[in-house]
Unconditional design. Sequence first.
Length: 521
Amino acid sequence: MGTIAVHAERDPDRIAVIGGNGEFIETFGELELRSRRIAALLLQRGLGPGGCVAAMLDNTDPIYMDLFWACHRIGLYFTPVNWHLQEDEVQYIVDNSDADAIVVSPRFAQTAVRVATRCPKAGVRIVSAGAPPAGFETLADALEEVPADPTLEDQREGAIMVYSSGTTGRPKGVRRPLPEGPPGDPAVAGFNKGFMALFGIGEDDRYLCPAPLYHTAPLAFTTANLRNGATVVIMPRFDPELALQIIQDQRVTASQWVPTHFRRLLQLPANVRARYDVSSLRVAVHAAAPCPVPVKEQMIEWWGDAIVEYYAGTEGGGTLVRAREWLQRPGTVGRHWAGGKVWVLDEEGNEVAGPRQEGAIYFEAPARGRFSYHKDETKTAATYRGDLFTIGDIGYLDEDGYLFLTDRQSNMIISGGVNIYPQETENHLIVHPKVDDVAVIGVPSEEMGEEVKAVVIPAEGAEPGPELEAELIEWCRNGIAHYKCPRSIDFVTDLPRTETGKMAKRKLRDRYWGEGGARLV
């Protein structure tokens, strides 16, 4: 039980993928054949083990899982690209990943054309459907060169390479060595099955993905369930009432969420929530951002023991806590999910002396398959302390080994489960002629967990106020991805910089970390 081929052979008519509420259905037999044909095509075009495919596909694209499994049977890295990014950001990922191929949905084709002209290594350029733009070909046309039922020799397990924001403000590709062996290698399959079992998810489940597949966890959980033989249901985009209807209509048993999803579900009128039967849902995993205690309490009251929280990053981790444990220790993200040890280290790299003492959170690195940040040896080295690695958070353990998070070393903003690195927004704002200095922080948001706020010292002669605020927000929206733009801007006469010029972000955050992001100081 290690790859989709096993399930296709055993039960080809078993449903593998459901798009939306049944608008698209694909069996394991169809997924197996389509992925094999795309794999054969990529091999014909010169891709091979260690190569990379950059995929800019939306959740509704029927080829998403076909392409993913094609990469995973011929030793390719699959790199999903966030289609909310600006063009230069997309170009950076395609170029930095050393992508040999770009595969896009039709609505992203024009962006892909402009990116491709600046990324010559990506010589294979495919649009999933529709009329091909200049330099691209449609998948259907390309597949005409491929036999209807091709045989693949020397298959090899592939891997995901997702881009995670880092301290330079540019995303970093989290890359692990390719597994040694063909698809379905017992070690890979065993790990996958065991990992899903941590959450109580198995091959008989129907798993709902309500989030974009370009994020790490939605992609990893969705494909892990397919590897196990479970059926996955992929929402085109999140809509709270539609999510409840899909749970009811598709008899969803397992799912994964972020706190913003919970908040929006809870905002539905009581009579709307009561309209849908969600009793089939056994497991509702959530992660990616801090969940406000009142929100989680309400979700546990509604969905009960189904609620399971974990803490981890693209790089690894992590911890896990179930609903009943959490109610005894509100705010915890749990204990090590595999029975290992969570390390809390002081600034010198020594383990803190006792419980409830803050420090940097570290996990033990695996003996094999350590990650690295692609093309960034300095950041990779800084992440490790011997056999331990950190994802940059600060917290403490209580007397029973339950972890509580208190801050992030990197000052990363997590809004609606999406990581936002402030420096990129600061770098964009600081070049505006009416900005003298700027700091960007996350402030509390009832809906999003955190939202982006810019604190600006206006340049001499610039008049602070609503007009300048609107001008600067528009400046950001025209230059960087919208979700990285400030939702609000405050104007001040000074910012808390140290003598060496470093911004004291924590002091600045403390001014705002009141109810609803209200300024306290």
